[in-house]
Design a protein around this ligand. Structure first.
Ligand SMILES: [Zn+2]
Length: 321
């Protein structure tokens, strides 16, 4: 078993963005926004994955690590990039993968990022980490678990220069680059010598955290003010990306490059589940894949071995995920 509990669902968001990028045309007004969000999330994911290397050095018997756990507190969800727990304390990590130079100003707790000659104000990541820790503290309290909660902002790009005004220790002690992370955890370990939970309670907490974890299922169309009508329907040619391919006696044929495929409908149905909704009927499949025959649509749906409800006529098929 891995030391790190992978709860993160960023990959689902990234899959949805990829499906959207694969269907909307380049000249669509939302294209630049979708691409920039996609690149930003990919960089974030790379940054978080790079922390795995450091975190995997921690003792497996002492620590529990959760990546992307998402809990509900006072009616709202909060998601922690990483949560590290041992019998003596909990530590919330807010991670960013910023390059260039990050500066923390003492006045008004503002932070700025300098890159490629420009400087911009950014959300103070230490305050973000602090807020996450506050929510976790409340959540733990609601479950009668008493354990000190610490927080850190970790920048996963080791080349980034982090600067701060003098006398700003309130903020700077909650900041580190990823190469210093283990050192920081050692310091906490030395500071908290008293165990607040025993091994059994720690195990119980793990079960509770995993049972309360609610993965995010982002509505990607809503995010970009799109409706299902904005998504071009049809099977995409795997060779030249042309939409729609024509169905002809068991084959998908591309009118543009003449490519033939027996399975080109599979990614299209996956796009439907990611972008439109997680279920599909025979009629909806026919409309999306541009096929006329109820029998052919039924055969395609049966071949995918999807879970379903209902009898033959009003059967609804569901995405496997
Ligand atoms: Zn083609």
């Amino acid at each position: 078993m891995s030391l790190i509990e992978e709860c993160y669902n960023n990959s689902l968001r990234i899959q949805k963005l990829e499906a959207l990028i694969g269907r909307i045309p380049y000249h669509h007004p939302v294209w630049p926004d979708v691409m920039s969000d996609y690149k930003c999330r990919q960089a974030g994911q790379r940054g978080e994955k790079s922390l795995y290397f450091h975190l995997s050095m921690l003792s497996e018997t002492k620590y529990q690590i959760y990546h992307g756990i998402r809990l509900q507190y006072r009616g709202f969800f909060f998601q922690m990039d990483f949560l590290i727990i041992c019998t003596a304390f909990a530590l919330v990590l807010e991670t960013k993968n910023r390059s260039g130079q990050i500066k923390f100003n003492k006045n008004f707790n503002q932070s700025t990022c300098k890159k490629n000659g420009g400087e911009e104000r950014i959300q103070n990541p230490v305050l973000q980490a602090k807020l996450q820790a506050r929510k976790l503290r409340g959540w733990l309290e609601d479950h009668n678990i008493k354990i000190p909660v610490h927080y850190l902002f970790v920048n996963s790009n080791e080349k980034t220069l982090i600067l701060s005004d003098p006398g700003n220790e309130q903020i700077t002690r909650h900041i580190c680059n990823s190469e210093v992370l283990l050192e920081k955890i050692d310091q906490l370990e030395n500071y908290h010598k008293i165990e607040k939970l025993d091994a059994k309670e720690l195990k119980k907490l793990k079960r509770l955290l995993l049972s309360k974890h609610t993965p995010e299922n982002p509505d990607i169309l809503k995010q970009f003010n799109l409706s299902p009508k904005d998504i071009p329907t049809g099977v995409k040619c795997p060779t030249c990306d042309f939409i729609p391919m024509d169905y002809h006696y068991g084959n998908w044929c591309c009118p543009k490059c003449k490519m033939k495929s027996k399975i080109a409908h599979i990614p299209a149905i996956n796009d439907y589940f990611l972008l439109i909704k997680p279920s599909i009927t025979n009629a909806e499949l026919r409309a999306f894949l541009h096929i006329h025959s109820i029998r052919v649509a039924g055969k395609i749906l049966a071949s995918l071995k999807l879970p379903f409800t209902g009898t033959f006529r009003d059967r609804i098929y569901f995405s496997k995920k």
